[in-house]
Write a protein that binds this ligand. Structure first.
Ligand code: 13P
Length: 253
């Protein structure tokens, strides 16, 4: 069985009460082993440390939702990779379409974060994907190529070894209208072939799908040969829903 990575992206949601209820639910209801699969929760940064110990016992990892490109200094409001490592974080989501849109993050800036994360022996979860207009105009592959090229330019041909990519078509995020699993499969295949053109020795490229995933459609995605996991937003805010998605998509009964 191929390894799957299931990630809960809480975005700007959560409270001490929610964290506590969520952890309690997981502790009381998580009966199965994940085998070789990886489960990750990405709460807002302020809750990372609070969740660390409990999740470690449950064999669940944490991801940060962002990192700054600077290591330290006069950068008010930012969090550095050294700080994330200091509290035991291994995964960092970057390039999410919400950061691209609301924080004006561009491909080259995201590529710097990607390189920084790799250079500190942590694992980037790089989000890529096209807008609805770009899809309608037949530009999906071109947009994705540009997103990947900026990474290759800074990190070289073997950039994607030991990393995670999340294909999140922007039109499917938060809309309740998930993409068609067969369409996603063709895009994932395209991404893998494109990376292999640069890095012929590359194998085990992990690409998750994200965009309106829920407990009813999760399995249809992970059953596709090149969909290696899920990046889940709103459906992951409820611990029961998240566990249901894990159970159905990992085939654990
Ligand atoms: P939704 O699952 O709420 O559509 O969000 C997807 C997403 O953006 C995960 O990063």
């Amino acid at each position: 069985m191929k390894t799957k990575i299931i990630v809960a992206n809480w975005k700007l949601n959560g409270s001490i009460e929610m964290v506590s209820n969520y952890l309690n639910y997981l502790k009381n209801n998580l009966l199965n082993e994940f085998k070789n699969n990886i489960i990750i929760i990405s709460p807002p940064a302020i809750y990372l440390e609070r969740m660390y110990e409990d999740l470690r016992h449950l064999n669940i990892f944490l991801a940060a939702q962002n990192v700054d490109i600077n290591l330290k200094g006069a950068f008010t409001g930012e969090i550095s990779i050294l700080m994330l490592k200091d509290i035991g974080i291994r995964y960092i989501i970057i390039g999410h379409s919400e950061r691209r849109l609301f924080h004006n993050e561009k491909n080259d800036y995201i590529a710097k974060k990607f390189d920084l994360i790799k250079n500190h022996n942590t694992i980037p979860i790089l989000c890529i994907g096209e807008t609805e207009v770009e899809k309608k105009n037949g530009q999906t592959k071109k947009v994705i190529e540009e997103q990947l090229n900026s990474i290759f330019r800074i990190s070289g041909p073997s950039a994607f070894r030991n990393t995670v990519i999340a294909y999140e078509p922007i039109w499917a995020i938060g809309t309740g209208i998930a993409s068609d699993p067969e369409y996603v499969q063709t895009i994932h295949k395209f991404i893998k072939c494109y990376i292999q053109k640069h890095d012929i020795m590359s194998k085990n490229i992990i690409i998750q799908y994200g965009g309106s995933v829920n407990s009813s459609n999760a399995k249809d995605f992970v059953n596709q040969p090149d969909i290696d996991g899920l990046l889940i937003g709103s459906a992951s805010l409820n611990a029961k829903n998240f566990l249901k998605i894990i159970d159905t998509s990992l085939n654990i009964d």
